[in-house]
Design a binder for this molecule. Structure first.
Ligand SMILES: Cc1cc2nc3c(=O)[nH]c(=O)nc-3n(C[C@H](O)[C@H](O)[C@H](O)COP(=O)(O)OP(=O)(O)OC[C@H]3O[C@@H](n4cnc5c(N)ncnc54)[C@H](O)[C@@H]3O)c2cc1C
Length: 318
């Protein structure tokens, strides 16, 4: 049996491969039923990236208009490492403040900037009404493997969190890596550094994307044992493009299971089918997380609403 068949049999439709139709429906309904009937207060948040062109801007605002009715806890906007999207992130955040009732969270990376430059950005954000920062170091430039962190800058995200709290009492979220950050020697060391970010004032951890719920549960357990008690919100990436996801995953240390290649096989030209399967895969992950007690979900929307809103619908967020 291939790993994909095993996954199907264990997780999605246990009897789809063999049973009569009635059995298929009953089994599948029972599985979803756990989520659909077990309604709890859930909190969701949505992540967007700042658009580069007018066309992308239009797509982003279509997504925001659709997703805002789901009353997210907050919506966040990414920020290029080294400040490459500084103006566009600012513009998007400002538009969210001016044109919606949504609570924006601005991502901020400290790599390649001085403390004073970062502090100035923070003061400006506070002035325009931003109260939540997703504090990040940012990736080392791929083109400079021996890149030296700036002496006059915040060296790591934990220092940035400390610096932010000195500027104003922002709410702060930070990044966590269930499969460890690629630069970390091991997961325990990575969690030690994660604890520094929380001790410095972060009140939420948002995880890197992952596709195996056990990886998340084991990460949470390790964090709790290490004394990290803030919410650890799973970052959900509904995958529609495996090639692109593999590229992201390589950079951030996330693993793409083998069955993912198989489930998306030969679908490059079949967008509709690809999207349906993407919805099934992401919903299944959320279902397992939900049944495992998760009440907060952060969606990497890639500026599209359809999949995220469908998954939210299943979770009872409507
Ligand atoms: C939810 C989320 C949102 C993101 N948003 C963005 C974004 O908008 N823009 C963007 O460019 N990137 C973003 N990233 C990616 C992130 O910038 C990279 O993963 C980056 O390489 C690390 O950032 P960090 O804040 O986790 O760094 P840190 O927490 O500083 O950790 C970086 C590495 O250094 C180690 N480390 C930490 N402290 C120390 C110390 N004191 N001494 C030695 N080693 C230490 C850690 O173990 C880790 O390996 C995001 C990631 C996530 C999960």
């Amino acid at each position: 049996m291939t790993s994909f068949e095993a996954w199907l049999q264990n997780h999605v439709t246990p009897h789809l491969l063999r049973g009569p139709t009635q059995l298929i429906m009953k089994t599948y309904t029972n599985k979803l039923e756990e989520v659909v009937l077990n309604t709890r207060e859930l909190s969701v948040s949505f992540e967007f990236f700042p658009p580069k062109t007018d066309e992308m801007e239009e797509q982003l605002w279509k997504a925001i208009s659709k997703l805002k009715s789901l009353k997210p806890n907050f919506v966040s906007v990414t920020y290029g490492a080294g400040g490459s999207t500084r103006e566009r992130t600012h513009h998007t955040i400002k538009r969210i403040i001016d044109e919606t009732d949504l609570k924006p969270a601005s991502h901020l990376t400290c790599i390649a900037a001085s403390k004073e430059e970062i502090n100035e950005i923070l003061r400006n954000y506070w002035k325009i009404g931003v109260r939540h920062i997703v504090a990040l170091r940012g990736d080392m430039p791929a083109s400079s493997p021996n890149y030296q962190l700036r002496k006059d800058g915040y060296q790591y995200a934990s220092e940035l969190v400390e610096g932010i709290k000195k500027i104003a009492d922002f709410e702060i979220s930070v990044a966590g890596y269930p499969e460890k950050h690629p630069e970390a020697k091991n997961i325990d060391e990575d969690i030690d550094y994660l604890k520094r970010k929380v001790d410095a004032g972060a009140s939420r951890i948002i995880t890197q994307f992952f596709f195996d719920a056990d990886v998340y549960f084991s990460f949470v357990e390790k964090c709790r044992k290490r004394g990290i008690n803030v919410p650890i919100v799973p970052g959900i990436l509904p995958v529609t493009n495996v090639k692109q996801t593999k590229h992201f995953a390589k950079m951030c240390g996330a693993k793409i299971p083998k069955w993912m290649d198989q489930i998306f096989e030969n679908l490059d030209e079949k967008q509709e089918t690809r999207h349906l399967i993407a919805g099934i895969v992401a919903t299944e992950l959320c279902r397992i997380l939900h049944n495992g007690g998760v009440n907060d979900f952060h969606f990497y929307t890639l500026n599209r609403a359809e999949l995220t809103s469908a998954i939210c619908h299943v979770l009872g967020v409507r």
